[in-house]
Design a protein around this ligand. Structure first.
Ligand code: NAG
Length: 224
């Protein structure tokens, strides 16, 4: 009687595998277009009450430790956030970003006055956070490291809302010194829902003078 159970176990496994592959689908931006690696987007929090607040910007996570910077939701609701781009492991040649697929997330800014020794890649700070503490999401990741890989998963009621997950948890929020800070958590109530908005590189922004862009860039750092 061992064989049938083994067979049904294998069938279950196969079904699960089929379901998982099926679960991959192109991530869509707020305009309904496929999100592509290398292009620039704002990752913007979406709250159930519609009071979404500002976009995501780099900020120190503690008064005792400045670098690497963490990631905070801007307190200014008209602040779109600092653009990011998505990337893949070097073995991937495609550019379509799918759900349930490892991606790197990198801030894109010409202006980066602080922590210049660190990369602009997002990472889970699983080393310096002590046990029981929620590891913060920080900047300074390394492209091929597991703690710098995130997955974008569908979440929430709307078609264009997502959550970010890593190998060891889900990206959520926790109170920080500059407002709401991104951390890794397994508490569903703390999960942050986001939408992905393409950065508009049309003629109107192309004519923006460098100094305006610079000021804009500096305003991305809430403590500056
Ligand atoms: C995303 O999925 C599409 C098909 O749905 C596939 O063609 C593409 O290669 C996938 N992207 C990556 C990076 O694997």
């Amino acid at each position: 009687m061992k064989k049938p159970s083994m067979v049904s176990f294998l069938i279950t496994l196969l079904l699960a595998a089929a379901f998982c592959t099926h679960g991959k689908e192109p991530v869509k931006d707020t305009a309904g277009n496929q999100v592509k690696a290398g292009e620039q987007y704002f990752i913007q929090p979406v709250k159930p009450d519609g009071n979404n607040g500002g976009g995501l910007v780099p900020a120190a996570i503690s008064v005792f430790r400045f670098c690497p910077l963490g990631i905070t939701q801007s307190l200014l609701s008209n602040q779109p956030g600092l653009p990011v781009s998505f990337g893949f492991l070097s073995s991937v040649t495609d550019t379509i970003v799918n759900t349930s697929t490892d991606v790197t997330i990198e801030f894109k800014s010409e202006i980066w006055p602080f922590c210049k020794d660190f990369s602009k890649l997002w990472a889970v700070d699983d080393e310096s956070s002590s046990a029981g503490e929620k590891p913060p999401i920080v900047i300074g990741g390394k492209p091929e490291q597991p703690n710098s890989q995130f997955k974008i998963e569908k979440a929430g009621e709307r078609a264009d809302t997502y959550k970010l997950t890593s190998l060891t948890g889900t990206v959520g929020v926790s109170p920080g010194i500059w407002g709401t800070q991104l951390v890794l958590t397994n508490d569903d109530a703390k999960t942050i829902l986001v939408k992905i908005k393409k950065v508009n590189n049309d003629a109107s922004t192309a004519t923006t003078s460098t100094s305006r862009v610079e000021k804009f860039g500096l305003r991305m750092f809430p403590f500056y």
